[in-house]
Design a protein around this ligand. Structure first.
Ligand SMILES: [Cu+2]
Length: 266
């Protein structure tokens, strides 16, 4: 039994080293366009790093036991196995402590960070409706509306522009069912609930656009009907001067279009 424990221990250490190396080496994350996104990616990395030794331990003990203590013939069942109390208690304490640590940080600490500075520089009001996003910039008296036309014609769809370096406060609601406002490049997602205004903050950093990476888009993330996958729009993070120009252009288009935009396929 001593020997088995030693083998399991060595395999566990080896597999954990390999696992941690993989966690550190592989970059599975989409482009980062907000300060909050960096924190959320870091939280995911921490979670993977702490979960790796727990995962490898379970796998090693299970596979080693299956192989080492397998029935070699059709003989009767082996002797009963009784719980090893110090091990059981130790396991409970260690995994509970890890979970508590994560609840505190990045859980509580991260939540506090996301909620800092509740005013923001720019307010963006979002109204979700099957299957549009109505995006209003109250400081600029401008509203843009997306059309549910899908990825093939994404370049024709409306654009949600954000000025780089600014802290954006999104105020989100819905007029029909529950939707979810999600911008992958910001790593932020909040439900749009009828009768409620939910808030979400993002301090956008680098310029970027949907043309560069599909993570720069609004995507509904709550199944809301047949148009759900098409409930998206392009997101562009641009320099503040460019943003001012964009607002002017959009206003001109609104005056010229005079409501023609509303004839989408509902
Ligand atoms: Cu949806």
């Amino acid at each position: 039994m001593r020997r088995d424990a030693l083998i399991v221990f060595i395999l566990w250490v080896l597999l954990t080293v390999v696992g941690e190396a993989i966690v550190m080496a592989i970059d599975i994350y989409p482009p980062v366009a907000a300060v909050e996104a960096e924190h959320i990616d870091q939280a995911a990395r921490t979670l993977f790093m702490l979960a790796t030794p727990v995962f490898t331990f379970v796998v090693v003990v299970m596979l080693y036991s299956i192989w080492r203590f397998r029935a070699r013939d059709e003989s009767e069942e082996g002797p009963a196995v009784y719980i090893h109390q110090p091990f059981a208690v130790g396991w409970l304490v260690v995994t509970s402590a890890l979970a508590a640590l994560l609840f505190y940080n990045p859980g509580y600490v991260g939540w506090k960070f996301l909620q800092r500075d509740p005013t923001g520089d720019l307010v963006v009001q979002v109204v979700a409706a099957q299957w549009h996003w109505h995006v209003t910039y109250p400081q600029y008296d401008l509203t843009v509306t997306s059309k549910p036309i899908g990825f093939e014609r994404m370049e024709e769809n409306a654009e949600l522009a954000l000025p780089a370096g600014k802290r954006v406060k999104f105020e989100i609601t819905s007029v029909d069912v529950i939707h979810s406002f999600w911008i992958p490049a910001l790593r932020m997602k909040v439900d749009a609930v009828p009768g409620l205004v939910t808030t979400m903050y993002a301090t956008v950093t680098e310029p970027g656009s949907y043309e560069e990476d599909a993570a720069f888009r609004v995507q509904c993330a709550e199944l809301c009907g047949t148009g759900h996958p098409r409930m998206n729009m392009r997101v562009t993070v641009m320099e503040p001067e460019e943003f001012e120009k964009w607002v002017e252009e959009q206003k001109k288009m609104m005056e010229m279009g005079g409501g023609m935009e509303e004839e989408g396929d509902h």
